[in-house]
Ligand binder design. Structure first.
Ligand code: 13P
Length: 242
């Protein structure tokens, strides 16, 4: 039984070099309990790598291309992310699916390319509000898992992020999270880390982390609140069965 969880901060297109510096120097003074991944915007990654010296904090990118290299202006390859110090990469976040038309098929390729280049992809899945209201949550998740997780390699995580809960202040209920994660556990097996994301805050993260089959959380807005995030990464949650 372990209570150490994976806490991932997705800064999205936020933060700055000075915000990164401020956080890094603060975290180095703290006793961190969990395993942390921070995903700042791409240009901040090399600086973060150079100045990080905590065994508890790793770096993640917010996306990578499905091809190893090539004429893809503006895109980022998994191999360069690895070279500049990333260990993780978010793949298929709902904002990529929505604003960049990413399909399950593309997401699957990206995950496989990430694994082939020594990164651990965190594959994001989740139903939208209409699907939820139609009672389709579990079938949508099952389909997304079948079609978007890598078929080559098993070193990846899956993040359940209900689209309607992202940045809205509406968190899925503990019961909803339990049901979704239990179905994902059955489909994916014991070895895949399952994260929950969607309006996770300083007020609800301990309850969420205490649920069965929740191995961590993926945090957007609250990862940009220095004091809140710092408290979250240092606190030990109540015992859980995983
Ligand atoms: P919020 O925590 O702001 O809802 O964002 C969740 C998210 O999208 C993390 O990837």
């Amino acid at each position: 039984m372990t209570t150490q969880k994976l806490i991932v901060g997705n800064w999205k297109m936020n933060g700055s070099l000075s915000f990164l510096k401020e956080n890094l120097s603060y975290w180095q003074t703290q006793k961190i309990f969990h395993q942390i991944v921070i995903c700042p915007p791409f240009p901040l990654l090399p600086f973060a790598k150079e100045h990080l010296n905590s065994p508890f904090i790793s770096l993640g990118a917010q996306d990578c291309h499905n091809k190893v290299s090539g004429a893809f202006t503006g895109d980022i390859s998994a191999s360069i992310l690895y070279e500049v110090g990333c260990q993780y990469v978010l793949i298929g976040h709902s904002e990529r699916r929505q604003y960049h038309n990413e399909t399950n098929e593309l997401i699957k390729e990206k995950g496989e390319t990430a694994i082939a280049n020594h990164l651990i992809p965190i594959i994001c899945i989740g139903e939208n509000l209409q699907e939820r209201e139609q009672g389709k949550t579990l079938s949508i998740l099952s389909n997304q898992v079948t079609t978007s997780i890598p078929s080559k390699g098993s070193n990846f995580c899956v993040a359940y992020e209900p689209v309607w809960a992202i940045g809205t202040g509406k968190t899925a209920s503990l019961n909803d999270i339990t049901k979704a994660h239990s179905a994902l556990r059955q489909q994916l097996g014991q070895n895949i880390k399952l994260l929950y994301g969607g309006s996770v805050t300083i007020d609800n993260y301990l309850e969420i982390l205490s649920l069965d089959n929740v191995d961590g959380v993926l945090i957007g807005g609250a990862s940009l609140k220095k004091d809140d995030f710092s408290r979250m990464i240092c606190n030990e949650p109540a015992n859980s069965t995983r």
